[in-house]
Design a binder for this molecule. Structure first.
Ligand SMILES: [Zn+2]
Ligand SMILES: [Zn+2]
Length: 202
């Protein structure tokens, strides 16, 4: 689970996630103005610090193919798993489909894990014992995570406000964002979105 935010214990600077959840688009058709909810696949993420964007962000959490195979095998015998999908409360056929989709995605995936802010790979994990984070003008800060149960409002549901959930291709390339839910949640309106152009090198 992602914390709500990180706080520097020295200068008290706070670091928030710009976004926390994402989906892969697994559909065969080229991306149009709408996509089916059934063509979305949950992106597993871990919290990290992106050195290119200087921000707390989420990075794809991609375990080895073996882990995905084992999870699928567990689902076939009715055992729940926590990764790549939390299936404890799913019905058996739903769990099997979800883990089958995850396994198919993993088998095709080539690119290394990306920071989903910019698509880069210059990041360091934040969910480790002592995350080292050198932020501006603060040399000795220790970064603490904060979790406020129930405080996270999340993006809009896509019904009364646009959800604005980021959408990636199976290789982690940003392609759009989900905005409005349509047809009782079976379809999503989307708008195109791309990674920012890479900054000039320092
Ligand atoms: Zn600090
Ligand atoms: Zn970044």
């Amino acid at each position: 689970m992602l914390p709500d935010l990180y706080v520097c214990t020295s200068c008290d600077e706070r670091f928030y996630f710009k976004f926390r959840e994402a989906y892969y688009y697994m559909g065969a058709a080229p991306l149009g103005k709408q996509i089916a909810d059934a063509d979305l696949l949950w992106v597993n993420v871990r919290p990290a610090w992106c050195k290119d964007c200087d921000c707390v962000c989420v990075v794809e959490d991609i375990a080895s193919l073996r882990v995905f195979e084992d999870a699928y095998g567990a689902a076939r015998t009715g055992r729940p798993v926590e990764y790549p999908a939390y299936t404890e409360y799913m019905k058996a056929p739903d769990a099997l489909r979800e883990l089958g989709d995850q396994l198919r995605w993993r088998m095709g995936r080539r690119h290394a894990a990306r920071a989903l802010c910019c698509g880069g790979s210059r990041y360091q994990w934040m969910d480790v014992a002592q995350p080292l984070l050198k932020h501006a003008q603060c040399d000795f800060g220790v970064i603490d995570s904060r979790i406020h149960i129930g405080s996270y409002c999340g993006p809009g549901s896509g019904v009364h406000a646009p959800a604005n959930i980021r959408l990636y291709d199976p290789e982690g390339e940003l392609i759009g964002q989900l905005t409005w839910r349509k047809q009782d949640g079976r379809m999503w309106d989307i708008e195109p979105m791309r990674y920012p152009p890479p900054a000039a090198d320092d």
